[in-house]
Design a protein around this ligand. Structure first.
Ligand code: SAH
Length: 341
């Protein structure tokens, strides 16, 4: 979006170069021109497709995990079911649809959604109206005194990262700057680390929140298990990778999630941590293969589509390995459902 590029250029001219995380926060979240703030980015007409948008079978497996977690908590009479970054609301709709026959679950569930985008809030409203959801812009306002189950799919990768690069003068922070009137990254050099202060803060807040009573969260994202050097910042525009500085406000900018860091923070805060497991392994543990067989038996005309969805969600060369699933829990017997090795 030209407006946002110009806005960022003016800002740098006025105040000096921007750290990558401040740039990313503006590109995604500028109130008027930020990527998530002004449009629905999903699906064939959009920029990228997420697991819940591929097929209902993804949300059904997450629903099974949620219902199982609630049962392990002792079927509390009230449970906050919070989704962070719900997109179009498809995942939550599939979770709720697929668990409606779990006795007592729906009367216990209170649906809460953490979402910053007004456009996506409207979509979520359409999709989830009958469940009477409550919206939040941060974790602070989510009721914290009772059992809680949290799910987040491709939420953590949207939280801004900083980048530290190797230069002849030693490690330095990579900035967005102006060169000949155009935006550029400076200084040049190999990316050594991607500190993610906003993500770390979110995980700390989430753990604090889950520790207040019984609580568990399922975090699903494109990410890596062991921290290593490397630039994982990427931009997707109309299903193609593009330069991060090219379609600002019209491309989805993400950074892969450092699950080692998430695990360390959660572990230090006394949480039980499961995984990360590959998304394929997790979904198979949850029985996605059996679900596909059952759906195919009922609807033979959908067999090809179901097989292709299963492949995209679980195959190693698709989303099965690069996408990871991590469970964190506290205050109950947090069984390893989905994480058995
Ligand atoms: N979970 C959905 C959408 C993933 S895209 C799916 O799998 O399809 C990321 C989502 O997180 C969008 O809904 C976006 O608006 C939201 N989001 C990104 N950064 C956020 C922030 N800082 N606070 C609240 N919501 C945010």
């Amino acid at each position: 979006m030209v407006d946002l590029t110009r806005y960022i250029r003016d800002l740098i001219q006025k105040n000096g170069p921007l750290p990558v995380n401040e740039f990313m926060a503006l590109a995604l979240g500028h109130p008027a021109h930020g990527y998530y703030m002004k449009q629905d980015p999903f699906g064939a007409a959009g920029d990228f497709t997420t697991a819940p948008e591929i097929s209902q079978i993804f949300g059904e497996m997450i629903g099974m995990w949620g219902a199982h977690t609630w049962l392990s908590m002792g079927s509390p009479e009230r449970v906050v079911l919070l989704e962070c970054g719900p997109g179009r609301g498809t995942l939550m709709a599939d979770i709720l649809r697929s668990t409606k026959n779990v006795p007592g679950f729906h009367s216990a569930v209170q649906v809460h959604l953490l979402e910053m985008s007004p456009v996506l809030k409207d979509k979520q409203k359409d999709m989830l109206e009958s469940y009477d959801p409550h919206w939040h812009e941060g974790l602070d306002s989510v009721p914290g005194d009772g059992p809680t189950i949290v799910v987040a799919n491709e939420f953590l990768d949207a939280l801004p990262v900083r980048q530290i690069v190797q230069t002849p003068d030693g490690p330095q922070e990579r900035m967005v700057d102006i060169d000949g009137g155009e935006l550029c990254f400076r200084p040049a050099g190999r990316v050594l680390a991607e500190p993610a202060p906003a993500r770390d803060h979110f995980i700390r807040q989430l753990c604090t929140r889950l520790r207040q009573a019984t609580g568990a969260a399922l975090l699903i994202d494109y990410g890596y298990e062991k921290a290593g050097p490397g630039d994982t910042l990427q931009a997707l525009h109309k299903h193609e990778y593009c330069d991060v500085l090219e379609h600002i406000g019209d491309s989805d900018i993400t950074a892969h999630v450092n699950f080692e860091a998430v695990k360390n923070i959660a572990g230090d805060m006394g949480m039980a941590v499961h995984g990360p497991a590959g998304q394929g392994a997790f979904l198979h543990e949850m029985g996605i293969g059996y679900r596909v067989d059952a759906l195919k038996a009922q609807n033979p005309e959908y067999a090809v589509g179901l097989d292709s969805a299963l492949h995209r969600l679980t195959a190693q060369d698709q989303m099965g390995t690069l996408f990871k699933v991590m469970g964190i829990g506290h205050g109950f017997d947090f069984t390893k459902t989905g994480f058995a090795v």
